[in-house]
Design a protein around this ligand. Structure first.
Ligand SMILES: C[S@@+](CC[C@H](N)C(=O)[O-])C[C@H]1O[C@@H](n2cnc3c(N)ncnc32)[C@H](O)[C@@H]1O
Length: 188
C-alpha cells in the first residue's frame, strides 16, 4: 500500500457493454482498498476514464492503465502473481505466505481477477491460485476481501493526496468538503 513493493490488479477479460460496471468497480475497489495500480484490457477505455476521473477528484496515488496483452503482463511480471479464483487454495491458508512475500521479501504482487472463463495457462503461471471461499461470487468481492486480508485492515486508514474533495464521515446525511475547505452538506 504505497510502500516500496507495488500491488497491481489485472482485470483479465472485458466484454464491452456487459462488463462495463464490473470492470469499473474492479478499478474503484483496487483504488479504495490500497492497491497502487489497476490494468484493464485495452477494450475497457471507458472504465479507465471513470477510474481516472475518481482519482482526480478523490485523490491518489493510484494509476489506471490499459494493456493489449494481459497475459503478457502476467508472463513478464517480475514479482509474484496471485490469481483469485473459486477453485484456488483457501485465502485463510495462504494469506500469511503471500503477506510475507510482499511485506518482508519486498515482492511486487500482481492480483489477477477474471470476467468470463479464465484460460488454464493463468492457473499454471500464478504463484498462488486463491479462493475467497470456494463458492462462486464476484471479482469485486474477491478482490475486496483479499486486499483487506493482505493489508490486515491498514488500508482503511489510508490518506489521499491531491484530492479536490473529501467526504466527512457522518452519522446521518452527506457532507463533502472541497480542498479549500468550503463545506457542502446535504440531508438525505
Ligand atoms: C464471475 S467469475 C467467473 C469465473 C469463470 N467461470 C472461470 O471459470 O474462471 C469472475 C471472476 O470472479 C472471481 N471470483 C469469483 N468467485 C471467486 C471466489 N470464490 N474466490 C476468488 N475469486 C472469485 C475470479 O477472479 C473470477 O475469474
Amino acid at each position: 500500500m504505497h510502500d516500496d513493493s507495488e500491488v497491481a490488479v489485472l482485470r483479465l477479460g472485458h466484454r464491452p457493454g456487459r462488463d462495463d460496471r464490473m470492470t469499473t468497480h474492479v478499478g474503484l475497489t483496487a483504488r479504495a482498498l490500497g492497491a497502487d495500480r489497476v490494468v484493464f484490457p485495452d477494450n475497457a477505455g471507458q472504465s479507465l476514464e471513470t477510474v481516472a476521473d475518481i482519482t482526480e477528484r478523490f485523490g491518489g496515488p493510484f494509476a489506471a492503465e490499459l494493456t493489449g496483452s494481459p497475459q503478457g503482463l502476467i508472463r513478464n511480471w517480475t514479482g509474484r502473481v496471485v490469481h483469485l479464483t473459486m477453485y484456488g487454495e483457501r485465502v485463510q491458508d495462504v494469506e500469511d505466505e503471500i503477506r510475507t512475500a510482499h511485506g518482508s521479501d519486498g515482492e511486487a504482487l500482481l492480483l489477477v481477477v477474471g470476467s468470463e472463463k479464465v484460460p488454464f495457462d493463468v492457473y499454471e503461471e500464478a504463484d498462488w491460485n486463491v479462493g475467497v471461499t470456494n463458492q462462486p461470487h464476484s471479482e469485486v468481492a474477491g478482490l475486496a476481501v483479499f486486499l483487506d486480508r493482505l493489508f490486515e485492515g491498514r488500508e482503511l486508514e489510508q490518506e489521499w493526496d491531491d484530492a479536490d474533495r473529501r467526504v466527512i464521515p457522518m452519522e446521518t446525511g452527506k457532507r463533502v468538503e472541497s480542498a479549500d475547505s468550503d463545506a457542502n452538506s446535504e440531508r438525505e
